[in-house]
Each structure stands twice: as structure tokens, then as C-alpha cells.
Write a protein that binds this ligand. Structure first.
Ligand SMILES: *Cc1c(COP(=O)(O)O)cnc(C)c1O
Length: 400
């Protein structure tokens, strides 16, 4: 590789990205995060946030924050890492409350889900081990696996025969296997077959790491996530990772597991040790959010009703849906250019829906990723279906 300027290295790559319809831009949002938003100066209904329970702008969380600041016994910033002086009483109470909610021995807070995944994989999968990951796992799980010193193998999405084969290979080589999967797949909305995965993990003495970023809050009793949705119990060889920026409407993440597993992270996980603790005030907000998550049965029911309403309507229109029972409903369109055009047309009609393109999803699987929130109304979903119907008709007649 020749010595070159930054300009030389990137100008062609940036141009190619544009010509391949893969260029990414950051839409500029105004005002609070909620279904009715102004994005890039356009008033629209937002159908692509992960705020599944509508907590991001919840009045009770805002009031709790105001009260905490007025009490004057809390700051915004945390000042240092958890192991220095950053571990505030509010963080500590939040960890205990999350552990009680999930019925696990302990919970550890992280600043982001991305860092939690890096930490878990680097720490638990060591040299000589093998990580077995679903092909559609989140990017942070892939990066965590690549950072770790373990061997990394992927199995086709949800393919239990392939997973068992890799577990047998690991057993033959006397390798510790670490199975890693999203609970709810972030771009497809479908669920990992956790009953089968847990059975295989136990049969082969593998450890199981479940990233339930989109399950916690949205699925299970009291929003206890995908394991709970399947009526499964966790065990001492299982770790669950949750994010607090999705259904919790705040920011940050947590790892839930055994006393030993959490102590191992505190002692050995570099992305935990060498970073500033999240703001004290975030812990205050999340504690209030947790109370709301637990009691949000009505919201979860409403969300399910919106999902059913959408799926029925979309099938009538003739859209290509995925087998997703969750608030993530992809509409498969294939070419990146098509996905961009649909997203643009929806914008013109007042709906913000992100087009998801490679490399986030496989080649020729570009899609609209429509997400629902309990704060959407039946009327808003009807209006979205109406707009999709119009675009679908227009596209079909253009093809003939
Ligand atoms: C969003 C997401 C993450 C990352 O969490 P952040 O807190 O946003 O960094 C990790 N895993 C999955 C499956 C996600 O969807």
C-alpha cells in the first residue's frame, strides 16, 4: 500500500458508495422523540424508532428528572469510571432493581449495548474456545467475536441442525463452545428459537449469550424479554444483554447473569473498566422507566394489536412481509434503489420509514424497516397502510 493522503484513500470509496445507492445520511430531528416529529424540516409520523413503549418522551420520566435535579443531591455527569468514583448510588440501585425484575443474581450497567457486547465476548470467549453465532447477529456481536481470541464460526440464520453440527465438532475437539444470538433479530424482527438453542446449549455444555436489545420491555411478562416469552428460565451458563435506549426510552445497556459472571466482567472487561460511568441522571431516568416497563401490559397489548393490524393490511395490499411477530416489521423490496425510492415516496406522504440496505442486511435484501410503538394510534397505522397501498399500485403499474 502506497503512502497517500486521507483524501486519496477515501474519495473514490465515497463516490462508489453514492453511485451504488448506499450512501448514508443522518436525518436531522427536531423536538422530542415521539411518533409526530419534524425530521429534515418535514412534519411526519415516525415509523422507525425503537421506542417500543413510547417512554422516550414520557412525562413521568421527565418529572422524575426535574425532581432529582431540584433535590440537588445529584449531578448530571458521573465524573469517572465505575471503579474509580463514578459508581453512584443511583447506578447501584438500578442494577439491583434490574436483577430483581429478571430474577438473576446480578446485573452490570454499561454505557451502550455495543460496549456491553464487546465486553461480554472478549471476556468470556478465550483462546481455544469457539464462538458460534447466528449469521444475522447484530454488528456489535460480530465485532465482539472478532475482538476475542476465540475461533469464530457462524451458522445459517436459525438453523439448529447446523448449530448442533458445530457443537459436535467443538465437543470432538474438546473446545468450550459459546453460542451467541440476538433474542429478537434487529433487522428482521423474528425470534431466535431459544427453546431449541437452550436445549442444545445444555446438551453440549455450551454457554449461551442472548442479546435481547429488542426483547426486553416489549416481550414477556412485565417485559422480561424473549426467554420469558418462551417460558424459559435462565441459568448460570447464560448471559443476557439488554439495551436501555430502546423500549426503556433512555440510554445505556446492562448484562444480567450470575454473581461469578458479573464479577468476571468487573475484573477483566476492558470496555467496562476503562470508560466513564454513564450520567447519574440517566440511572434516575432508567429507574423510573423500569417501573413503567413492568406495568406496561396495556401498552404491550396495544402494540400487538397495531402489529396485527399492520400485517393484515399489508398482506391485503400484497406486500412481502417477513415472519416477524414483533414491532419490527420489514417490507422486503430487494434492490437498494427500490428501498430508497419507497422510503422517499413515504416521506412525500408524511411518513418517516428508514430504508435498510447492505451491508446492514445481505445483498438484494434491501427493505423498509417499519417499527411500531405503543404511542402510535390505529389511525396512524391505517394512514401508513394507505400510503403503502398507493406506492405499491404506482410501482406495479410502472412495471407493466
Ligand atoms: C441497538 C442494538 C445494540 C447496541 O445497543 P446500543 O445501546 O444502541 O449501543 C446491540 N445489539 C442489538 C441487537 C441492537 O439492536
Amino acid at each position: 500500500m502506497a503512502i497517500e493522503t486521507i483524501q486519496q484513500r477515501f474519495s473514490d470509496r465515497l463516490k462508489t458508495r453514492r453511485s451504488e445507492h448506499l450512501y448514508r445520511q443522518r436525518p436531522l430531528a427536531f423536538g422530542p422523540q415521539q411518533p409526530q416529529m419534524q425530521i429534515n424540516g418535514l412534519c411526519c409520523i415516525n415509523f422507525c424508532s425503537n421506542d417500543y413503549l413510547g417512554l422516550a418522551n414520557h412525562p413521568q420520566i421527565k418529572q422524575r428528572l426535574i425532581a432529582a435535579l431540584q433535590n440537588d443531591d445529584i449531578s448530571y455527569g458521573s465524573g469517572a469510571a465505575h471503579l474509580v468514583t463514578g459508581h453512584h448510588l443511583e447506578h447501584h440501585l438500578l442494577e439491583d432493581e434490574l436483577a430483581d425484575w429478571l430474577g438473576v443474581e446480578r446485573v452490570l450497567l454499561f454505557s451502550t449495548g455495543f460496549m456491553a457486547n464487546l465486553a461480554v465476548l472478549e471476556t468470556f470467549a478465550q483462546k481455544g474456545d469457539v464462538i458460534l453465532g447466528d449469521k444475522l447477529n447484530h454488528a456489535s456481536l460480530v465485532d465482539g467475536a472478532l475482538h476475542s481470541e476465540a475461533e469464530f464460526k457462524r451458522y445459517p440464520h436459525g438453523d439448529m441442525t447446523a448449530l448442533e453440527k458445530r457443537l459436535q465438532q467443538a465437543q470432538a475437539k474438546e473446545q468450550q463452545a459459546v453460542i451467541v444470538t440476538d433474542g429478537v433479530f434487529s433487522m428482521d424482527g423474528d425470534l431466535a428459537p431459544l427453546p431449541e438453542i437452550q436445549e442444545l446449549a445444555r446438551k453440549y455444555h455450551a454457554w449461551l449469550i442472548i442479546d435481547d436489545a429488542h426483547g426486553f420491555g416489549a416481550l414477556g411478562q412485565e417485559g422480561k424479554g424473549t426467554l420469558n416469552h418462551f417460558n424459559l428460565e435462565t441459568d448460570c451458563n447464560t448471559l443476557q444483554i439488554g439495551t436501555l435506549g430502546k423500549a426503556f426510552g433512555c440510554s445505556g445497556a446492562f448484562v444480567a447473569g450470575s454473581e461469578t459472571a458479573i464479577e468476571a466482567l468487573i475484573q477483566f472487561a476492558r470496555p467496562y473498566i476503562y470508560t466513564t460511568a454513564s450520567p447519574q441522571l440517566n440511572a434516575v431516568a432508567v429507574r423510573q422507566a423500569l417501573r413503567l416497563v413492568k406495568s406496561a401490559d396495556k401498552e404491550r397489548r396495544h402494540l400487538q394489536e397495531l402489529i396485527q393490524q399492520f400485517r393484515q393490511g399489508a398482506q391485503q395490499i400484497g406486500l412481502k412481509l417477513w415472519s416477524s411477530p414483533t414491532a419490527i416489521q420489514p417490507v422486503m423490496l430487494g434492490a437498494s434503489e427500490t428501498a430508497m425510492r419507497w422510503s422517499e415516496e413515504l416521506k412525500q406522504k408524511g411518513f418517516w420509514v428508514a430504508a435498510i440496505r447492505p451491508p446492514t442486511v445481505p445483498q438484494n435484501q434491501a427493505r423498509l424497516r417499519i417499527t411500531f410503538s405503543a404511542s402510535h394510534t390505529v389511525e396512524e397505522v391505517d394512514a401508513l397502510l394507505q400510503a403503502l397501498d398507493e406506492i405499491h399500485r404506482q410501482e406495479s403499474s410502472a412495471k407493466v
